[in-house]
Design a protein around this ligand. Structure first.
Ligand code: NI
Length: 177
């Protein structure tokens, strides 16, 4: 079932999400199904549970190709629960980000370029990955949602924050997170 995506300004997007306590339950399975339905309907690259008003440490992401990173390998479809991130170097890179909760806008956001993340899938199996580039960016963006942080809160240079049709005229639908 496609759920309504909350937009920036809704205080539910600013909460720290609660830890998932039980895996592999019918409720969790149904919630994750709804999240994939909602993300795919919105042509998103990722979605966090707080974006549909559910305060849980749960995010999904994954896509085959991305116009912003045409040479980047596809990011596998992932359900990530109770995640923990650690940077693998001090290197930071800026790149454009969008968000399904901030429709129509793009901003230049600094992120770690390489990181290790751990968490669990919907069955409680451990996920442990070292990633870089867009995969690393998407994970940081989604985990920020679980901490009540939206990407505009991380922008350093507001001269590079604007409407996607003005910043990138002629660009077809790109992926939001
Ligand atoms: Ni987002």
């Amino acid at each position: 079932m496609i759920r309504q995506i909350l937009k920036m300004g809704d205080s539910r997007l600013l909460r720290v999400a609660k830890t998932v306590q039980r895996f592999n339950t019918p409720e969790l399975t149904a919630l994750i199904e709804d999240m994939f339905d909602t993300m795919h309907a919105a042509n998103g690259a990722g979605l966090a549970a707080p974006q549909i008003g559910v305060s849980l440490q749960l995010a999904i992401f994954g896509f085959k190709e991305n116009q912003r990173y045409p040479d980047a390998p596809p990011v596998p479809e992932t359900v990530l629960i109770n995640p923990v991130l650690k940077p693998l170097s001090a290197e930071i890179a800026e790149d454009w980000e969008g968000c399904l909760s901030v429709p129509g806008l793009r901003g230049m956001v600094p992120r770690w370029t390489t990181l290790h993340y751990e968490g669990y899938d919907q069955n409680g199996r451990v996920i442990s990955r070292d990633v870089e580039a867009f995969h690393a960016r998407v994970v940081q963006h989604e985990c920020d949602h679980l901490a009540g942080i939206l990407y505009p809160m991380r922008i350093k240079d507001f001269s590079r924050f604007g409407y996607v049709d003005v910043l990138f005229p002629g660009l077809d639908a790109d992926l939001d997170e």
